[in-house]
Design a protein around this ligand. Structure first.
Ligand SMILES: *Cc1c(COP(=O)(O)O)cnc(C)c1O
Length: 386
């Protein structure tokens, strides 16, 4: 058998919907020696990681820790633990990931009611109120940052509304944590999940979750066992709690990575981090508009960390993305679902939300879209200068 070459990945700038580039300090932390998953030093790192996560989620929830798998496992954890067969669940779908939640809730045995909104738009509270009134569900699921469209769902008032109907609020914060405010306690969110590889500047592999006291109480009253052994929080929490009972072998290096990523968030300060994402978004947006590109999301509800734009007519989706990758070393995302072949998705997440990334992608796009004659770099520069 041939001896395969030593690993030597090409240099890329990852400006798609994730993974985004990990911070160099995060990568360095992963190259430090392994510890046993019950080593006292490692157990202390787990405590610190939990504390850092609570700060980043702006919550006091004791039940806060990373699930050892990607964002989708976080979605699954919320649904399989909170839903018992036959329970009513409302899912708000306005894009690819909301649509996935319908499937995941159904597999957990929920009787799902779906409300939909046009791709690129967000839900009005009044529509959700009407549905809650009619259905009286046990839980409502919604995506905060819909990565398929770039739409930013306001959540400020939703927790209060769900409380009125004694409904648990489940939020997908996979693309929002570390980029825009995610205020679990203030907004009254009962269950939330995110990921390591988007706004937190780490590699993919962990899904931080947090459950409120109310969600915890609902779980304690379950009649049926959670159908997934691995994701059953009643067992899993004994490892993250004071028992430290063996559940699985923790992905040691990934916990190092997340702890370092969260330390970087803490050093920068969440408010500064949110402002940085907004500023770089405004510069990128000015550049993209100057290149003649149009956003897919409602302009009043545009995510700073995920810029989805319509592919202009006369330009070839795959050819341009291939050119960006091979000639410029830049990865951007294509469209998903309804937007397949129709949109490009440019992520400025975590470590990658920086002027250098904005100028690099604008320069490359300006060349690829030369036939349109736009001046993207100049427009972005004016935003930074002004
Ligand atoms: C990326 C993403 C997911 C899935 O996360 P994975 O880490 O790919 O499993 C779920 N929801 C949203 C909104 C996402 O953007």
């Amino acid at each position: 058998m041939a001896l395969f070459g030593q690993l030597n990945p090409p240099n890329r700038l990852l400006l798609g919907p994730g993974p985004s580039d990990a911070h160099p300090r995060v990568l360095a932390s992963m190259a430090t020696p392994l510890l046993g998953h019950l080593d006292p030093y490692f157990l202390e790192l787990m405590n610190e990681t939990q504390q850092l996560l609570r700060d980043t989620y702006r919550t006091k929830n004791p039940l806060t820790f990373p699930i050892p798998a990607t964002g989708m496992a976080g979605m699954e954890t919320c649904l399989v633990n909170l839903v018992e067969p036959g329970d009513k669940v409302v899912v708000c779908a306005k894009g690819f990931f909301g649509t996935r939640m319908i499937d995941v809730a159904g597999r957990a045995g929920a009787q799902v009611t779906t409300i939909t909104q046009d791709w690129g738009k967000v839900f009005d509270l009044s529509v959700i109120r009407e549905t809650l009134q009619k259905v009286r569900p046990k839980a409502l699921g919604i995506v905060h940052a819909e990565t398929s469209t770039g739409a930013h769902q306001p959540l400020q008032e939703l927790g209060k509304l769900c409380q009125e109907f004694d409904t648990l609020l489940i939020v997908d914060a996979v693309t929002s944590l570390g980029c825009v405010p995610v205020l679990i306690d203030e907004w009254g969110i009962d269950a939330v999940y995110s990921c390591s590889q988007k706004g937190l500047g780490c590699p993919p592999g962990l899904s931080p979750i947090s459950f409120s006291a109310k969600a915890d109480e609902v779980m304690s009253k379950r009649k049926a066992k959670v159908q997934s052994w691995y994701l059953d929080l009643s067992i899993l929490r004994t490892y993250w709690g004071s028992d430290r009972a063996y559940h699985h072998t923790a992905p040691i290096s990934m916990i190092y990575a997340l702890r370092e990523g969260l330390r970087i968030v803490q050093e920068e300060g969440l408010e500064n981090r949110w402002a940085r994402h907004q500023r770089n978004h405004e510069a990128l947006k000015a550049g993209l508009l100057a290149l003649g590109l149009e956003y897919t999301a409602d302009p009043n509800h545009q995510l700073p960390q995920l810029n989805a734009v319509k592919i202009p007519t006369g330009f070839d989706d795959l050819a341009i993305r291939k050119r960006l990758l091979t000639e410029f070393g830049i990865e951007i995302g294509g469209g998903l679902g309804e937007f397949k072949g129709k949109a490009w998705r440019i992520g400025l997440m975590g470590y990658n939300s920086k002027p250098a990334a904005v100028f690099q992608v604008l320069a490359a796009l300006e060349i690829c879209l030369k036939a349109n004659g736009g001046k993207g770099i100049a427009a972005a520069e004016a935003v930074y200068a002004g």
